[in-house]
Design a binder for this molecule. Structure first.
Ligand code: 5GP
Ligand code: ZN
Length: 136
């Protein structure tokens, strides 16, 4: 499978899953720009905003609202950014439609493009579990 997010949706690649429904999957970003950085993806493959089915995009936003509130409850950030990239000029690197949930803390000095460091699945799964406790 040449799309990593399709592989994750299919269970063929590992991920620290936070939430799943019929149309969407939410999991921890493997190179988080801050603690609690979650990606929300369509289960169907779409390249980006230009070809995504509007109902599938709406499902992603519904999941984003749901998960973002759980991230806030679990991690108590000072703020939060949603980020969504389309094509290389806009920093898209995985060509499967997704929204970033990025918790922010005062003084975190995040920049674009951010400096990132790979985090182990054991750590990501721990944070995913903390967020899942706040889903209802
Ligand atoms: P983009 O730059 O396309 O908006 O975001 C792609 C995101 O996917 C990046 O933040 C990157 O860290 C993340 N990513 C890339 N490969 C993987 C992977 O195999 N697993 C997970 N969980 N995230 C990934
Ligand atoms: Zn895909």
């Amino acid at each position: 499978m040449d799309c990593i997010f399709c592989a994750i949706v299919a269970g063929a690649a590992p991920a620290a899953v936070v939430y799943e429904d019929d149309d969407t999957l939410a999991f921890m970003d493997i190179n988080p720009v801050s603690q609690g950085h979650v990606l929300v993806v369509t289960k169907e493959h779409y390249r980006n905003l230009y070809d995504v089915d509007p109902d599938a995009a709406a499902a992603v936003m519904r999941t984003t609202v749901h998960v973002a509130r759980a991230v806030r409850a679990a991690l108590q950030p000072d703020g939060m950014n949603l980020f969504q990239s389309n094509e290389r000029a806009a920093f898209q690197s995985v060509f499967h439609f997704h929204v970033h949930i990025i918790p922010r803390w005062i003084g975190d000095e995040l920049r674009l493009p951010p400096r990132v460091q790979r985090v182990e699945f054991s750590v990501l799964r721990g944070i995913a579990a903390r967020i899942r406790e706040h889903l209802y």
